[in-house]
Each structure stands twice: as structure tokens, then as C-alpha cells.
Write a protein that binds this ligand. Structure first.
Ligand SMILES: [Zn+2]
Length: 156
């Protein structure tokens, strides 16, 4: 596949692969070349979100973007997480509001996310669909693993 790599300048490869945990634990968290096209599409979506919400550069913060399998295991990510495919990022934006407010605002945008998940009231997981799939624009919330996923962006 010969896809042109296109990154939003703010959400570059280094930013999306950065992980304090990986650095601390000496884990290689570079994105493999065959997944870079995913990461590029994710980058463009994050740029769209940031601009659509009229946020200044730097306001939308990436808590976790790409995760190599070793890092994903270390941070307790679900197996086969979309983070491991370069399809997902966990974001926060204190300048905009709490995680609920950010998730609720992104849910209103016409952008093509696959899943938007308000996670534990603390951050927002946003993902893109794999290239061969149509974005679902699915909105979910999770507050505890026992309770599981709830439909919609839920305020609590
Ligand atoms: Zn996530």
C-alpha cells in the first residue's frame, strides 16, 4: 500500500508516540512503519477536533497515543487496544473544561471518529476506524470496569 503520510503539524509522530511510562521503563514505543498511515489519520482527526473547538495550539493534550504492545500491557490497556494500531488517543483539555465537557463537545462535531469514550470521568478516548471500515461515531462512557460501557456521553 502506498499511502501518503499526512500529519497535522501539532500532533506529530513524536507527540503521538511519547510516553513517560515507556521512557521510565526503557520500552521502545516507536510506531512501526506499517502503522504510520493510521497514526497520520489520527493526527489529522485530532487537528480537526482542536480547530473545530477553536482551541489554541497546545490546548488539546495527548495523555496516551500510540502504544506498542509492551507499553499497552504495562499501562493495563485492553488487549488488542486501538492504541496499539495507532488508531486511538486519550486526550484532555483543562483549558476547555472537564473530560465530560470535552467529550460532549466532540460528540457534537461533524468529524469522523469511530469511538468516543468518556473514560472514568478523567479523559476522553477518541479513535478512528481502520482504513477499510466506516467510522461508527459511537459514543460511550465507562466509570468502572465492573459496570462496563454505557451508551452515550454520560454526566456523573
Ligand atoms: Zn484510550
Amino acid at each position: 500500500m502506498n499511502l501518503k503520510l499526512n500529519f497535522h503539524p501539532e500532533f506529530c509522530q513524536d507527540t503521538l508516540c511519547h510516553s513517560d511510562t515507556a521512557l521510565r521503563c526503557g520500552l521502545d514505543n516507536r510506531c512501526p512503519p506499517d502503522l504510520l498511515h493510521n497514526l497520520g489519520r489520527l493526527s489529522v482527526l485530532l487537528g480537526d477536533i482542536r480547530q473545530s473547538l477553536k482551541l489554541p495550539a497546545g490546548a488539546l493534550k495527548i495523555n496516551s497515543g500510540f502504544r506498542a504492545e509492551a507499553l499497552n500491557a504495562k499501562v493495563g490497556g485492553v488487549p488488542h487496544s486501538q492504541h496499539c494500531l495507532g488508531l486511538a488517543a486519550d486526550v484532555v483539555c483543562p483549558e476547555f473544561g472537564c473530560a465530560y465537557e470535552l467529550a460532549a463537545a466532540i460528540a457534537q462535531l461533524p468529524c469522523e471518529f469511530d469511538q468516543l469514550i468518556l473514560e472514568f470521568g478523567k479523559w476522553v478516548h477518541v479513535s478512528i476506524a481502520p482504513l477499510d471500515q466506516i467510522p461508527r461515531r459511537e459514543c460511550l462512557s465507562i466509570f468502572s470496569k465492573d459496570e462496563g460501557y454505557l451508551e452515550g456521553i454520560v454526566k456523573r
